[in-house]
Design a protein around this ligand. Sequence first.
Ligand SMILES: Cc1cc2nc3c(=O)[nH]c(=O)nc-3n(C[C@H](O)[C@H](O)[C@H](O)COP(=O)(O)O)c2cc1C
Length: 344
Amino acid sequence: MTIDTLWTVLRPLAFRLNPEQAHDLTLGLLSRWSAIFTGRLAENDIARAPGFAVETMGLRFPNPVGLAAGLDKNAEAVPAWQRLGFGFIEVGTVTALAQPGNPRPRLFRLPKDQAIINRMGFNNAGAEVMGQRLERLRARGLLQVPLGVNLGKSKVTPPEQASDDYRRSFERLGELADYVVVNISSPNTPGLRDLQRVEEVDRIIAAIQVPNQRLSQPRPLLVKLAPDLADADAIDCAHAALQAGCAGLILTNTTVRFEGLTGSNEGLSGGLSGKPLFTRSTELLSRVRAAVGSTPVLIGVGGIFDPAGAAAKLAAGANLVQIYTGLIYQGPGLARRLLRGLER
Ligand SMILES: Cc1cc2nc3c(=O)[nH]c(=O)nc-3n(C[C@H](O)[C@H](O)[C@H](O)COP(=O)(O)O)c2cc1C
């Protein structure tokens, strides 16, 4: 049975479960699938069509559609994502210390708005567990696409020690990643978004560069920003990240602005993703591209549900794109559907 057929059977069931149960069930199945199958694709698969390949950051991306961070926080189902046609896979957010995240319920579907609100709070098994998992994955030699590792700050670490916390995670995981993301834009860890200031970006990237520059091949670093920053502040952070040696930025994380929703979101707090995020995240992407010029790498994410959405991000200056919420509503065939649409 293919993963797509499995999804057709599972979707109605999954949408009857509460969102986090549905997530856990799906990830559990994909993880078991990944333990058995390789996830290797045939050379003639659309996800390997030569016209889609993107060479950037010293890496070869077989196609520009990636899995966004947060869906596979502990790198449990990498071969399955590869099998679904993703051109790259970003795992995490992972923190130096394992942590349970916020109390449930913390994940909410907004079907009328084709959106999700989450306040997961970086629930994850920690850098050590991910490290062991990535070592096994590398040893099996199955990866056909670049693997990004997205790092966050452990909740118990005070903000003034944030750079040490990111450095610790990097020391365990940097060498196992093809690129590393510094996530300073999740709304669900108190104080995290305050790190989106020039001095903090400087300090965190400088701390990570110490172990990074010791690697025989230093890894490309990216900083992930929030759509709620004023344009000028996002551009300042972008310049700071690039000056500190980053390869680029990911635009954007979820928003805490819930304006314009048609369904009820009463009493909900956290980060909003999906269709309502599309306009602002694409706008910020194009402003940052205009400010930084053509060289830095920009990954566009936020509200992509169809090929037109992916094409709009690329036109706004993205080298690569990522999806999360679209996958929940459109199903696991979305990566290939985007590619088929882009091909035309
Ligand atoms: C349930 C959920 C959990 C997420 N967790 C993370 C995370 O751990 N780290 C991160 O950088 N982004 C996280 N994100 C943000 C996504 O990576 C992405 O930036 C955002 O959802 C916008 O894309 P989308 O509209 O395609 O979902 C999460 C999003 C959702 C919906």
